[in-house]
Design a binder for this molecule. Structure first.
Ligand SMILES: Nc1nc2c(ncn2[C@@H]2O[C@H](COP(=O)(O)OP(=O)(O)OP(=O)(O)O)[C@@H](O)[C@H]2O)c(=O)[nH]1
Length: 489
């Protein structure tokens, strides 16, 4: 089938190829370049305007216009290649005639200086870099996210010949916007530290442009409209010659933007630049979204854990005194009895009851009674401090203290200390028939369980024996310590 280089086909072919291609229109005597060819020629330059090529031979150079070189090539065969020099950039290239017809010819440009290097094909270089960075962004930890985002900005800057690249993100309320990430070429000023807390009203024209067109493409800041005086002043301050920004959107909401500045030289942004910057913006948005989702998940998890711990605590804690409750006591007592049996150690239990507490309540009222319960709880807690000691509210005005590795004698020493220290609190109890102050009675029992003993039965017998001793203490006149005989079960 005959191949006709129709204008439309050529246009499509040139624009969409990742190869550096030039199309020469014989009638118009005009040479067109696709973006890859532009990049190839402008490495180190800002624009391929007025392409001046020179035929490059071993001992001489001929400065010829591009159309002349193209016409010359067309006199040969497909596949013919000419070494050339791009005058502006001083790059050595070669031009190969790939196809021709009556309308013109298609030429393939190869950068001889960088034939082996990725630089000859910035599209591929950028695609590869961005795909690597995207993979890293998926795998990386939260701490590494920022570093990879800056790498994505750098990749864009390298392929678009920008001097500064950055991300701005709105805060949670969408009120102010901050420069969150920045990459700048060597010798180019950085501004991230000062561009914090900006409001849309600071640069109204810029933000209106971003919101309405999702992008702002400015090849020369002198082409800013009169209404953009604030933008003009700011861009001048940052020494920006050309600027390209693309909005980052979550659904329909603009959450920020990604942008690039040309500082050293003016830059005409191409469609590819805009497309790539949008790609970078998408990668950054997806990463941040994942990161934010993860953070929200972590926060929710921490919240749930804290809630669970609180519930756990509440399930085992007495609400009034903050001491362990009956359920926690039952669990602790079984554990300690097993341990005592294993280690063949004595274990003591004190059952403590406030004397004439009903009369106290009746005299002072229930709220005052609650306060007295808290004071008793504090005194008990303060003096049963050995590791493993457990003070609990057994119910009403009764408390139990479990004392692991404590024999009868040591238990009594503690019991006497508790009696004395509560008395020392001097809580007035005018309704008590036996003392002026609030007192307690303590019934105690100590055992050294044998390995074969059933802990549940032991616990019941221990509590029963302590209760008997308490009953005895009450009967003897209260405000005293009594213990049942120490026995081995
Ligand atoms: N303020 C207050 N009182 C409580 C609480 N729990 C139990 N009580 C009271 O403690 C009192 C216990 O009374 P009794 O069992 O007759 O014992 P008592 O008056 O201390 O007499 P003895 O123990 O024989 O000295 C009752 O009046 C209960 O209402 C509480 O959480 N707060």
């Amino acid at each position: 089938m005959a191949w006709h280089l129709s204008a439309q086909r050529t246009d499509y072919l040139i624009k969409n190829s990742s190869m550096a291609l030039l199309w020469f229109d014989r009638e118009q005597q005009q040479l067109s370049l696709n973006s890859s060819a532009e990049h190839c020629l402008t490495l180190g330059l800002t624009s391929p305007d007025n392409v001046s090529l020179a035929l490059l031979q071993q001992h001489w150079q001929a400065l010829l216009s591009a159309p002349t070189i193209a016409t010359f090539l067309m006199q040969g065969d497909v596949g013919d290649t000419l070494p050339i020099l791009h005058i502006q950039s001083q790059r050595r290239c070669s031009l190969q005639l790939t196809t021709q017809d009556a309308g013109g010819c298609l030429l393939l440009l190869t950068d001889a200086d960088n034939e082996q290097s990725d630089k000859a094909n910035p599209t591929q270089q950028f695609d590869r870099a961005l795909s690597e960075i995207s993979t890293q962004l998926i795998r990386c930890s939260a701490e590494q996210v920022d570093q990879h985002i800056v790498a994505a900005l750098e990749a864009f800057a390298q392929c678009s010949y920008s001097d500064r690249c950055y991300v701005f993100l709105f805060d949670d309320d969408g009120e102010v916007i901050n420069n969150s990430h920045e990459w700048a070429a060597v010798g180019v000023s950085r501004h991230a530290h000062e561009l914090k807390g900006l409001q849309e009203s600071d640069l109204p024209w810029f933000f209106q442009c971003l919101r309405e067109q999702q992008q702002m493409v400015l090849n020369h800041i002198d082409s800013l409209p009169r209404a953009a005086q604030a933008e003009h002043d700011e861009f001048k301050r940052e020494q920006i010659r050309s600027i390209l920004c693309v909005g980052i959107f979550a659904s329909d909401r603009m959450i920020g933007f990604v942008g690039a500045d040309a500082v050293k030289q003016q830059r005409d942004w191409t469609h590819d630049d805009i497309r790539r910057l949008r790609l970078v913006g998408n990668v950054i948005f997806n990463t941040l979204q994942r990161h934010w989702d993860q953070q929200a998940l972590d926060t929710a998890r921490e919240h749930m854990q804290a809630l669970n711990q609180r519930l756990q605590r509440q399930a085992h804690q007495d609400g009034l005194t903050g001491l362990a409750n009956r359920r926690a006591l039952d669990r602790c007592l079984l554990l300690e009895l097993r341990r005592a049996a294993r280690q063949q150690q004595a274990l003591s239990l004190l059952l403590i009851d406030i004397d004439y507490f009903k009369a106290y309540n009746d005299y002072f009222g229930h709220l005052h009674g609650d306060q007295a319960l808290k004071t008793v709880a504090r005194v008990l807690q303060e003096h049963a401090q050995r590791s493993g000691d457990m003070v609990s509210r057994y119910g009403g005005e009764e408390f139990v203290i479990v004392l692991p590795a404590t024999d009868q004698q040591q238990a009594e020493q503690l019991g006497q200390r508790l009696l004395a220290n509560l008395r020392a609190e001097q809580i007035a109890h005018p309704a008590s028939p036996t003392a002026q102050v609030l007192t307690i009675s303590i019934g105690a029992h100590s055992i050294t369980p044998e390995a074969k003993s059933a802990p549940q039965q032991l616990a019941t017998r221990l509590l029963k024996a302590a209760d008997d001793a308490l009953y005895y203490a009450k009967k003897q006149g209260r405000d005293r310590y009594c213990c049942s005989r120490s026995i081995s079960y």
